[in-house]
Design a protein around this ligand. Structure first.
Ligand SMILES: [Fe+2]
Ligand SMILES: [Fe+2]
Length: 365
C-alpha cells in the first residue's frame, strides 16, 4: 500500500502484521483532516482561541452525531449514541466562551494559601456572629453553582466542547468558594450558624430548571449576578482585610460566570425565536422565590449588622445601607437582563415601586 495524503511522506506500508492480521493505516492517510494547518501561539502561549483555525473554528448548529469524538476528527458513521439531549448550539453557546475558559484557567487561586488567615484577630461578638451567618448562607448557595453545571454537563453534545470546559472551571471555582466561606466561618472561633428554608426553596427552583438556558438564566444572571454585586460591596461589608481579600478573589470568578451567562442568553435570544419567552418564564418564577428568600430576616439582620459595623447602629445605619444595597443589586440585575437582550422592566415580579427602584437607572446602567 502507498500512503498518499498530501504533506506526508510516501512509502510502502504493510497490509498485515507479522501474524497476518490486517492493519489499518487510515489515520496516516490524512483523510479530511486539516493536515498542515499550524496555529500560532500568542504572547500568552497557545490558547483555545489560537487553535480555532480552519474547520476547527466551526461549531455546528446541530452536530451530526451524539458522540464524544473530538470535533474536527474523522468520525466513523456508526459511532455509539451517547444520549445527549442538548444538541442545538443556541442552547449552550456564548461567543466569548473560549476566552472565559482561558481566563478561568489562568486565574485559579487557593483558599488555603492565598487568604491571610494568620491575620484574623478576635472581633466583637456581634460582628463575628454576623460574618459567620453570612458565610453559612454563602457556603450553602455556592454549591448550587457546582451542582447545576454538573447536572447539565453530561447532557450537552460534545461538539460544544468549549462550553463544557468552561462549566468544568465553574464547578472548580464554586467548590473553592464553598471552601473559602466554610473556612472563614470556622477560622475565627465562630462556626456555621443558621440555614433556613427560604434559601433551599430558591436553590431548588434553580436546580429544577427544565432547560440549560433556563438554568443559566436563574443561576448565572439572577443568582450569581446578585452575588457578584454583593461581593462588589465587599469593602463595605467586610470587617477585616481577610474577608476583603476573600470577596475580591471570589468576585473575579463570579464576574466570569455572570459574563458567560449574560452572553449565552444573548446568543440564545439572537438565534432562537422562542428563547426570550422561555427565559422570561424562568425568571418570573425565580424572582418570586428570590423575593421570599431576600425578605427572610436571618441574613438581612446579619448583613445590616456588618454594614453598620455592629448591632448598636443597625437602625440608623445598618438597615438604610442594606436597603440601598438591595436596590443597587436589583437595578444591576435588571440592567444585566437588558444587556442580555431581555426586557424585564415590564414583566419583572420585583416590586420596583415598593423597593424604590428607578427604571431609568436600569436603562442608564
Ligand atoms: Fe461562587
Ligand atoms: Fe459563580
Amino acid at each position: 500500500m502507498t500512503e498518499t495524503a498530501p504533506g506526508t511522506m510516501s512509502r510502502e506500508l504493510p497490509e498485515t502484521d507479522p501474524m497476518g492480521m490486517p492493519l489499518d493505516w487510515e489515520w496516516l492517510r490524512g483523510a479530511r483532516s486539516e493536515w498542515g494547518v499550524r496555529p500560532k501561539p500568542s504572547s500568552r502561549g497557545l490558547t483555545m482561541m489560537d487553535i480555532a483555525v480552519g474547520s476547527y473554528r466551526e461549531v455546528p448548529e446541530y452536530p451530526p452525531q451524539r458522540t464524544m469524538a473530538p470535533r474536527g476528527a474523522d468520525v466513523d458513521p456508526d459511532m455509539p449514541d451517547m444520549g445527549y439531549i442538548v444538541n442545538r448550539k443556541s442552547e449552550v453557546w456564548a461567543e466569548n466562551v473560549a476566552e472565559l475558559y482561558e481566563e478561568a484557567v489562568s486565574r485559579q487561586w487557593s483558599a488555603t494559601r492565598d487568604i491571610p488567615w494568620g491575620q484574623l484577630t478576635e472581633l466583637p461578638s456581634d460582628l463575628e456572629h454576623a460574618v459567620c451567618q453570612l458565610c453559612t448562607m454563602l457556603t450553602e448557595v455556592e454549591m448550587i453553582a457546582t451542582d447545576l453545571p454538573a447536572k447539565w454537563m453530561w447532557r450537552i453534545n460534545h461538539d460544544f466542547l468549549e462550553t463544557k470546559m468552561f462549566l468544568a472551571t465553574q464547578i472548580m471555582d464554586e467548590a473553592r468558594h464553598a471552601e473559602v466561606f466554610r473556612k472563614r466561618a470556622l477560622a475565627n472561633g465562630g462556626g456555621l450558624l443558621k440555614a433556613r428554608r427560604g434559601g433551599e426553596l430558591l436553590l431548588r427552583e434553580i436546580l429544577q430548571a427544565k432547560s440549560f438556558t433556563q438554568a443559566s438564566a436563574l443561576l448565572h444572571l439572577l443568582g450569581e449576578g446578585l452575588i457578584l454585586d454583593l461581593f462588589r460591596e465587599g469593602e463595605l461589608i467586610a470587617p477585616t482585610d481577610v474577608e476583603k481579600r476573600i470577596f475580591r478573589l471570589v468576585m473575579q470568578d463570579e464576574a466570569r460566570h455572570v459574563a458567560f451567562g449574560t452572553l449565552h442568553l444573548r446568543y440564545s435570544i439572537e438565534h432562537d425565536p422562542d428563547a426570550a419567552e422561555e427565559i422570561h418564564e424562568a425568571l418570573d418564577a425565580g424572582e418570586e422565590v428570590l423575593f421570599q428568600f431576600g425578605a427572610q430576616p436571618t441574613n438581612n439582620t446579619a448583613m445590616a449588622t456588618l454594614l453598620a459595623g455592629g448591632v448598636e447602629r443597625i437602625a440608623e445605619d445598618g438597615f438604610p445601607l442594606s436597603q440601598r444595597l438591595s436596590v443597587k443589586m436589583l437595578t444591576s440585575y435588571l440592567a444585566r437582563c437588558e444587556r442580555a437582550g431581555l426586557n424585564r422592566l415590564e414583566r419583572t415580579k420585583i416590586p420596583m415601586d415598593l423597593l424604590g427602584i428607578d427604571p431609568t437607572a436600569v436603562e442608564v446602567a
